[in-house]
Design a protein around this ligand. Sequence first.
Ligand SMILES: *[C@@H]1O[C@H](CO)[C@@H](O)[C@H](O)[C@H]1NC(C)=O
Ligand SMILES: *[C@@H]1O[C@H](CO)[C@@H](O)[C@H](O)[C@H]1NC(C)=O
Ligand SMILES: *[C@@H]1O[C@H](CO)[C@@H](O)[C@H](O)[C@H]1NC(C)=O
Ligand SMILES: *[C@@H]1O[C@H](CO)[C@@H](O)[C@H](O)[C@H]1NC(C)=O
Ligand SMILES: *[C@@H]1O[C@H](CO)[C@@H](O)[C@H](O)[C@H]1NC(C)=O
Ligand SMILES: *[C@@H]1O[C@H](CO)[C@@H](O)[C@H](O)[C@H]1NC(C)=O
Ligand SMILES: *[C@@H]1O[C@H](CO)[C@@H](O)[C@H](O)[C@H]1NC(C)=O
Length: 473
Amino acid sequence: MLEIFLVMLCGLTSRGMTKDADNKGRFSSPVLDVTERQITLEKNQMVQLNCRGRWELEWVLPSGVSKNQVSAQVEETRCGKRANHYCSRLTLSPALAQHTGSYRCRYLHKQRKHTSVYVFIADSQQPFVKVQKEIPDVVYMKEGEDLVFPCRVTNPDSKVSLVKFPDRRLGTDQRNIIWNNRKGFVIRTPTYFYIGLFSCETIINGTKFTNKFLTYRPVNKIQQVYLNSTGLVQALQGERLALNCTVTAEWNSRVKINWSYPGKGNSSVSISRRITQSKTNVVFYSILTVHKLHKADKGLYTCHVTSGPAKREVNTSVIVYDQPFITLKHKDGSLVYAHAGQKSFRLFPKLRAFPEPEIVWLKDGMVADEQCSRYHVDGYSLVIRDVAEEDAGVYTILTRIQQFGLYRNLTLSLVVNVKPQIGEKAVAVRDTATMPRFSRQAFRCTAHGVPRPQIQWLWHRCPSKGLSPARLA
Ligand SMILES: *[C@@H]1O[C@H](CO)[C@@H](O)[C@H](O)[C@H]1NC(C)=O
Ligand SMILES: *[C@@H]1O[C@H](CO)[C@@H](O)[C@H](O)[C@H]1NC(C)=O
Ligand SMILES: *[C@@H]1O[C@H](CO)[C@@H](O)[C@H](O)[C@H]1NC(C)=O
Ligand SMILES: *[C@@H]1O[C@H](CO)[C@@H](O)[C@H](O)[C@H]1NC(C)=O
Ligand SMILES: *[C@@H]1O[C@H](CO)[C@@H](O)[C@H](O)[C@H]1NC(C)=O
Ligand SMILES: *[C@@H]1O[C@H](CO)[C@@H](O)[C@H](O)[C@H]1NC(C)=O
Ligand SMILES: *[C@@H]1O[C@H](CO)[C@@H](O)[C@H](O)[C@H]1NC(C)=O
């Protein structure tokens, strides 16, 4: 037992550490009593490490050791000539194979200042730090990163080989496959070859020990992100709002879905998730529900999707109204003009309403689109095709939201301008006529147009050329 006492505290003092004053920089990091970077002990021996520094200390221990374990004890004292130093002694007894690892002593308030030693606790019954469980551990492969088969060993000199299932033995080449007794096998540039079942194997005294690993290459391909309402979502205060974010990803993908929204932190929001998998892809649903909308819930709702390094997001804006409403106004006055022959003409008032109102267009008190096949309602507007004179009249839009008893109406007058036309021109009349001299003649001109045309008579001397001289005489 005695020879295991690694280093004595006097080892430190004898190196002149008592002369604190002239060693100002000396304890910028805590100092361990072991000067080697690594030490090897046998199972059931005792690990004792002493650490000393200018400030309060703490230990960072391998994952196999827990501080409140009975076998691990930390004893803290003030030390140094004027008790101006902090000393901490870690004792681990009995030391076990799973205690193998890095022991680090650091300043409590300056954690980057630390010193460590790697301790191997050799156990011929447990050559690997981790005991093989029934199922192999999963090792994730990440693009651009080393692949590590974490078969750390308890004896630094163990001879370990890496085997690909069923029996392909891989030698270390110090370039791509590297053996590291504190880490395991490190593969520098993992390829598809490294997908599958692998094991670290070592033989001690005729007994084979293994650590098995299943490598897994996560797929990070988001194919589609869909929010069931993009654009604008309008809702009334007190109503329920539900948004459904649907993510389609490559089969085998793992996807994280996150929402950001104005009421984050308030509890009236719930998020539910669902996954379905088909032969070719996986579909993830995340449904955000605001059970009772408040004014403060208005704003941007974004569904954030990540899968490894891949990122996507979709958003929608939500407007919350205090109450239902209709506002209906003229766009450019109550009188509108079209002209006959126009391909189409649109009557549209300024209408804002929530929720969606029902609308009806009337022409001269009768339902417009039942009156004429050239009329049709498009959204809130009434479209007239092939405008004709008879389309002039009084149009009324009636809007209502029946469930809230809201009604509004608005009236527009349409004037259809018609180009003036002379009625006589339509009947074939001769250009010239012979009248007896001094006879009384009445000439008729009938014109039609909107607005009402003005008629003006002009007299022309008969053209002389191209007419027979007899008539002129
Ligand atoms: C190997 O086995 C022999 C006999 O059982 C034993 O004496 C020896 O200590 C063992 N060696 C190791 C490294 O365990
Ligand atoms: C969410 O939207 C998707 C796509 O429209 C639909 O298939 C799914 O049923 C919706 N989820 C729920 C819970 O409504
Ligand atoms: C979106 O999906 C949710 C949950 O399925 C549903 O309650 C809501 O009505 C949908 N919204 C729209 C605009 O379709
Ligand atoms: C989820 O939201 C939190 C806080 O808003 C953010 O820190 C985190 O990065 C988000 N995660 C994803 C996957 O978007
Ligand atoms: C949370 O809810 C309270 C009360 O409904 C409201 O006053 C507050 O503004 C809300 N906070 C956020 C971030 O929406
Ligand atoms: C919301 O999404 C639209 C298009 O999908 C994008 O152009 C816009 O930048 C997003 N807004 C925010 C605030 O992220
Ligand atoms: C239009 O509204 C007014 C008052 O709002 C009402 O008196 C009138 O009867 C309505 N006209 C039609 C055709 O509904």
